[in-house]
Design a protein around this ligand. Structure first.
Ligand SMILES: [Zn+2]
Length: 418
């Protein structure tokens, strides 16, 4: 496949103009000029950029969009989300995730990192629509002594995801948080992740309450606790990272751990402001995520990038904080590094996960500064290529029936509240 005459191409080496991108199989073969023909996409009025990577999601929670707003996190979970989650089953999670993938692909996301339930069903949906995914069964054992059961479920999920799906689907190990998981579960989760060579994805320092609880019970902050359990290393992906001290940041940096910023969810639940500029200064690998649609309430990574810029400029009273180059790294290069996959940047031999943005759209005019337009002005993704395959062409999904997905999703969402 050939993306021909791209007006702009966003690469790690800067913005290229008027280039062809040749895709062979699932990889980017060359970026330059070529006489090769075959299947051609005319990109003379398009910007070519790496597909965005959403590093913290609960895709099936699309079902709960708008169901419980304006509540404190603990009340939101205990009064609304947890009772509703009791009503979930594999089919509902499939429908919720499939709908989430429509939303992700339409807004430029080509890869996600998810933690939830019925992950084999979530993987089935991802496989069908063609999106790349990292999936971990969300383990919680505090209060119900289900440690072994939880770990077994994780092992079963890993086996299933490795055996029955394409290379686009990768398993992770996903203990929910320090607040909801026993030390034994966390230790054993880490050994499963080491044994399989896969990332460990969990919530970290999302709320003040989580930190207080651990300090009271163990006399340690969550980061110290995880360090002592031997969990922090380059395969660690900690979502939120809101309540972190300078010492916590130092420990995370020394461990080469990864943090996922979720500005929208943190603002909506008033969880706090993650010290992202400080972490980036200390060379921590910071990524970006939306969290689930129940606390966001969408999965638009362009919006998340804009909020990252706005939040940290305001918080520091300094408009030079988080320039566009830094923001673009979060769902790009940094996410690829955290997952240890050749994605997140347009580079020869990388996997062909690419999105094409319409430059004739009103919001893109004038084109004084493409990167600024992409982050702050509202970009419209028209075509999405994942693993060398077109999954959305000029706004139309190529592998699934959009109307059918929406119909089944609406039925599942209504059943949950009935
Ligand atoms: Zn979350």
């Amino acid at each position: 496949m050939l993306i021909k005459d791209a007006r702009f191409v966003l690469t790690p080496n800067g913005l290229l103009e008027n280039k062809d991108i040749l895709i062979k199989g699932n990889k980017i073969k060359s970026i330059g000029k070529t006489d090769k023909s075959g299947r051609v996409i005319d990109a003379s009025n398009l910007a070519v950029m790496p597909g965005l990577i959403n590093m913290h999601t609960h895709a099936s929670m699309n079902l709960f969009r708008g169901i419980s707003d304006d509540k404190k996190l603990q009340k939101w979970l205990q009064e609304d989300i947890w009772p509703l989650e009791e009503k979930l089953d594999g089919d509902k999670c499939y429908s919720g995730a499939m709908h989430a993938f429509l939303e992700m692909i339409r807004t430029g996301t080509t890869c996600f990192n998810d933690m939830y339930f019925y992950m084999d069903k979530v993987a089935e949906a991802a496989e069908e629509i063609g999106i790349r995914g990292n999936l971990g069964y969300g383990m919680i054992d505090l209060g119900d002594n289900s440690t072994d059961k939880q770990l077994k479920k994780t092992q079963r999920t890993i086996k299933r995801l490795k055996g029955d799906f394409s290379d686009r689907i990768s398993p992770t190990v996903a203990p929910h948080s320090c607040e909801t998981c026993s030390d034994e579960l966390l230790r054993k989760a880490k050994s499963i992740s080491d044994k399989n060579g896969i990332p460990l994805h969990m919530h970290l320092g999302e709320t003040h309450k989580e930190v207080e609880k651990l300090l009271k019970e163990k006399g340690k902050r969550p980061v110290e606790h995880l360090k002592e359990l031997g969990i922090l290393d380059s395969g660690f992906i900690g979502a939120h990272g809101v309540h972190l001290t300078d010492e916590d940041i130092k420990i995370l940096g020394k461990s080469n751990a990864n943090i996922v910023h979720n500005p929208c969810s943190n603002m909506k639940l008033a969880s706090g402001i993650s010290p992202v500029p400080k972490m980036m200064k200390k060379k921590l690998n910071v990524c970006l995520g939306t969290d689930g649609a129940a606390s966001n309430n969408n999965l638009d990574m362009f919006e998340e990038m804009k909020l990252t810029g706005l939040l940290h400029k305001l918080n520091s009273s300094d408009p030079t904080t988080m320039p566009v180059e830094n923001i673009l790294k979060l769902p790009g290069t940094n996410a690829g590094n955290a997952l240890d996959q050749r994605i997140g940047k347009i580079e020869e031999n990388n996997l062909a996960d690419i999105v094409l943005v319409d430059l004739s759209d009103i919001n893109m005019n004038p084109l004084h500064n493409l990167k600024s337009n992409l982050i702050y002005s509202g970009a419209k993704v028209v075509t999405s290529i994942i693993d060398g395959e077109i999954v959305m062409k000029e706004g139309k999904f190529t592998k699934i029936d959009e109307a059918d997905v929406k119909r089944k999703f609406t039925e599942a969402a209504e059943e949950i509240v009935s």
